[in-house]
Structure formats: C-alpha cells, structure tokens
Write a new protein. Structure first.
Length: 128
C-alpha cells in the first residue's frame, strides 16, 4: 500500500491543476488553443541519471508564465520497485496571463555540455 501513495498523490496533483491543456512529446511542433486563465502542463520523457534534463529555453512572456519550477517524476509501475537508471517524466506547468499567441521552447541536454541540445520541443499556444 505504501508504494501506491505517490502515484495517488501525482494523480490528484495533475487532476487538480486546472482547466487547460496537457501536452506530451506527441504535441511537439503543434499549435494549441486554451482559454485565458487556463493552465498548460507539458510532460516529456527523460532520464536525469544519464545527466540529461529538459530546460525551458524560452516562452511567450506576454501570455504565459511558469507556474513553479519543472519537476522530475520517476516512472514505476504500481506495486513495483523503482529501478536505478530507469527513466521517468519531466513535468512543466504554465499559466495563461493574457490573450494572444506565445511559444514554449524546451531543450534536452546535459547542463555541462556546450554543444547543441540533443532534443528540442516547441509548441505554440494561442490564448483566447
């Protein structure tokens, strides 16, 4: 029973985030619409044990604001023990603060490397 508590807490946290969009890697490059006052949650796979993390590269400041800092959630099947080195999900949340159009751009890289990002994620948000 103790192992299922974090999953329940995660489900409650994401369900109560508010009216808005939940975006994944499949939404990369797409344009999405949300009403003003709505929330945006972006969930991307990653593995920080290899040194990689998703970072916010830029966002439309006139219509969007980050709602806290991004977080990492380990992936584990209910009832299983999390494995060392297994990947998980990075979760980023934004709130809409005005109408208009804004971009959210993220990069996946190792913070100490100066080369180009290994992966990129970008979505356009139209706030009505």
């Amino acid at each position: 029973m103790k192992k299922s508590i974090p999953l329940i807490m995660l489900a409650l946290a994401t369900a109560s985030f508010g009216d808005g969009l939940r975006l994944t890697e499949a939404d990369n490059g797409r344009t999405n619409q949300v009403n003003v006052g709505g929330a945006i949650e972006i969930i991307l796979p990653g593995n920080p044990t290899a040194g990689y993390s998703w970072e916010l590269d830029s966002f439309g400041t006139n219509v969007l604001q980050p709602a806290g800092v991004g977080e990492y959630l380990r992936s584990a099947q209910p009832g299983s023990i999390p494995r060392v080195g297994a990947g998980g999900r990075f979760v980023f949340r934004f709130k809409t603060v005005g109408t208009g159009r804004g971009d959210i751009k993220m990069i996946y890289r190792r913070s100490w490397e100066t080369t180009a990002a290994d992966r990129a994620y970008s979505v356009v948000i139209e706030v009505k």
